[in-house]
Design a protein around this ligand. Structure first.
Ligand code: PEP
Length: 249
């Protein structure tokens, strides 16, 4: 079965107006494979100008987080409905940096996924193990621990509208990419875990690999059977390199 191929850029707290301009000029000129989706997730202040200037209909905009609340006295927070208002289509949820630094627990991530789906946003749900967990043979239990509360909250059927990104914590921003073999093995496990709830849905969910992907290593990773694209951090801040990664998927 052919799944949508996706390359998503996570700028984290990086970038400025100059990068926004370089990005939309660069991406508007490029023609990607017809079945492919490119997603740019800039910091919130740049969402509106990117959205307004992207004319390539294969490029969508995503946010990096949402509040689990709809509106009200939550200073500093951004609601899913505000993002919808800006025609944002995707939101990264459960990134390991948010889990580690901003107390996004597995339950809170599940609530945010539910709220994103109810608001019409597609969550890019990040899961991944630490180096210690991998070395202790706990990768699979960590991944199921992060997936289970989301499945319990939204139901497996809703995963038809969810993108899952496998991002081993030890590979994020470290230059240590998982080998294509390890990444494929782990993606295969994630798909089989989803299949234990519903085999058809599991076949439809795009699974992205994230963790030090660059223009040199992306081809081998993207060639793996269960890897449907990538979530790109550092290498997405360089327009030319990011375009090469998009074209490799
Ligand atoms: C990320 O933060 O989602 C990520 C994959 O970062 P990097 O590509 O820089 O490792």
């Amino acid at each position: 079965m052919s799944r949508q191929k996706i390359v998503a850029a996570n700028w984290k707290m990086n970038g400025n107006r100059e990068l926004v301009e370089q990005m939309y000029h660069g991406l508007n000129q490029e023609s990607f494979n017809a079945e492919q989706q490119v997603i740019i997730c800039p910091p919130a202040p740049y969402l509106a100008s990117l959205q307004a200037n992207i004319s390539n209909n294969q490029v969508a905009i995503g946010a990096q987080n949402i509040s689990e609340n709809e509106k009200g006295a939550y200073t500093g927070e951004i609601s899913a409905l505000m993002l919808k208002d800006l025609q944002v289509q995707y939101v990264i949820l459960g990134h390991s940096e948010r889990r580690a630094m901003f107390h996004d627990s597995t339950e809170l991530v599940a609530e945010k996924v539910a709220y994103a789906l109810a608001s019409g946003l597609t969550p890019i749900l990040c899961i991944g193990e630490t180096l210690e967990e991998r070395e202790e043979g706990q990768t699979e239990s960590r991944l199921s621990y992060e997936l289970a509360p989301v499945i319990a909250k939204v139901g497996i059927e809703s995963f038809k509208n969810v993108v899952v990104a496998y991002e081993p914590v030890w590979a994020i921003g470290t230059g240590k990419t998982a080998s294509a073999e390890i990444a494929q093995q782990t993606h295969k496990f994630i798909r089989s875990y989803l299949a234990s709830f519903d085999a058809d849905v599991a076949q439809q969910v795009p699974l992205l690999y994230g963790g030090s992907v660059n223009a040199k290593n992306c081809e081998e990773l993207f060639a793996q059977a269960d890897i449907d694209g990538g979530l790109i951090g550092g290498a997405s801040l360089n327009v030319e390199e990011f375009k090469k990664i998009c074209l490799a998927v």
